[in-house]
Design a protein around this ligand. Structure first.
Ligand code: ATP
Length: 444
């Protein structure tokens, strides 16, 4: 087996994503739009599967976390209170010689251009990342609104409505998945830094005394999620404690993934103290304290946050999954000796089971089998090309199981199931197929 070199891995992933319809640049026929990406048919299938996995782990399988789906645009005061309007920006400088623009905190030496080595730089300036729009018929300052820069602020704003409606008592969490927008100055690394992206965030409300215990709990839970459910290897993820803490925070850590271009933040786990709630209390002039029936005390809840980018998770899964192999290929009856295979965990693979009739004469029977299976798995009917080529096509999109319907199937009521990773083939009776695939795809 030959593994791709790190250097061009990113390029290979980008090329595959475009060729097989996972992700491509938005508005490509107009020359593309920097920082915006469209997810094609396989991409959206996998993105939704990741979303659903996170939702099920963080909300559905917990009795102390509930969900929210808030609007993308909310009252502009929300962003005043959160500090985003005044302070949410990157400090940038421009190189007067090569015209490159840099984030000062990412420059090895803030006095030297990392592209051309010039010291002829503009003074650092702050660029606000909030995306502006206007709500209502008049385009003036009074009608300015913002696309949300993070999904968590509406959670703080809606905390009491949700608490009252659900009768939840502390400690409990509120989770949301949705789009966020940041006017990133230098969108780069494919979808890693986009201007429109999705976040999956959970804010856990608790008492100050219990907050560090919950911080440790969520840190461990989130790490285990990556190791056990997304199947990331131990050497692919790491914790990175923040060097500097916000004045209100007791602790903050990033879970980093080893992307082809190096370690990058995948998720942040932050102790946010009472900062957000106190700011919204101040700006809304509403009492946002929680009355604790056990102690009879009133206090502002302390918040522990887990915040992950859906697009970054998607990219991490592809980086983990991408593999190229030289042999064996003849065994499967085709000549090309390069096998591109995505080792995507079956539960989030865009196609979980592909059904392949061995001959055109069997198309109808295979189609009937697919219609049965699509009630339980994401399926595809793959009709064209020789069987070896079809296996390769399915490997490239990460399909873990190919079910081949052949001329024997009518007689022995069985099909051949081919495993993506081992390329082993097994004869499985149709009556046992569901149980067999359930175990393989879902592990039960
Ligand atoms: P970075 O330092 O990389 O800019 P951040 O610390 O600003 O990230 P947070 O505000 O903590 O990020 O956002 C939480 C998560 O949202 C990040 O861990 C990341 O997965 C995702 N995210 C943030 N900005 C982007 C972006 N521009 N494109 C894609 N995902 C993003």
């Amino acid at each position: 087996m030959e593994i791709t070199t790190e250097g061009d891995l990113m390029e290979k992933i980008v090329t595959l994503c475009k060729r097989r319809g996972f992700v491509f640049q938005s508005s490509e026929i107009y020359g593309g739009f920097n920082g915006f990406w469209d997810y094609g048919p396989y991409g959206v299938a996998m993105k939704k599967a990741i979303e659903q996995l996170w939702w099920s782990e963080m909300v559905e399988k917990r009795d102390n976390v509930v969900g929210l789906d808030s609007t993308i645009i909310c009252h502009p005061k929300v962003w005043k209170a959160s500090g985003h309007i005044d302070r949410f920006g990157d400090i940038m400088c421009d190189c007067r010689d090569c015209k490159a623009r840099h984030r000062v905190d990412q420059m090895p030496d803030p006095k030297v251009c990392p592209v051309c080595g010039s010291t002829n730089l503009t003074p650092p300036r702050e660029f606000n990342l909030m995306m502006k729009t206007y709500v209502g018929p008049v385009f003036d300052d009074e009608h300015v609104a913002y696309l949300r820069a993070e999904t968590c602020q509406p959670i703080f704003v809606d905390f009491h409505l949700i608490r009252i409606a659900t009768r939840m008592q502390l400690p409990f969490g509120i989770a949301q998945i949705g789009k966020s927008f940041r006017n990133e100055i230098t969108p780069r690394m494919f979808t890693f830094r986009s201007r429109e992206f999705s976040q999956m965030e959970m804010e856990f409300f608790c008492s100050e005394e219990q907050s560090m215990e919950w911080y440790r709990f969520w840190k461990e839970a989130r790490y285990n999620y990556y190791r056990n459910l997304l199947e990331f290897r131990e050497d692919e993820i790491q914790f990175h404690d923040h060097d500097k803490l916000a004045h209100y925070a007791k602790a903050a850590v990033d879970i980093e993934f080893k992307f082809p271009f190096g370690w990058g933040e995948l998720e942040g786990i932050h102790h946010r103290g009472t900062w957000d709630m106190s700011r919204h209390q101040e700006f809304s002039c509403q009492n946002l304290e929680y009355f604790d029936p056990a102690t009879g005390k009133k206090y502002l809840p302390t918040v522990v946050e887990t915040s992950v980018g859906l697009d970054r998770t998607f990219l991490a899964v592809l980086s983990h999954a991408y593999d190229e192999q030289k042999a064996p290929t003849k065994k499967e009856g085709i000549d090309e000796d390069l096998r591109i295979v995505l080792h995507i965990p079956p539960r989030i693979a865009p196609v979980q089971v592909a059904v392949l009739p061995l001959s055109k004469k069997l198309n109808d029977k295979a189609a009937a089998l697919q219609k049965d299976l699509w009630n339980f798995y994401r399926t595809e009917l793959d009709l064209t090309g020789n069987i070896g080529k079809r296996y390769r096509r399915q490997d490239e999109i990460g399909t873990p199981y190919c079910v081949t319907y052949d001329f024997e199937s009518d007689n022995d009521n069985a099909v051949t199931v081919r495993d993506r990773d081992s390329m082993e083939q097994e004869r499985v009776s149709l009556s046992n197929l569901r149980a067999y695939l359930d175990k393989k795809v879902f592990g039960y």
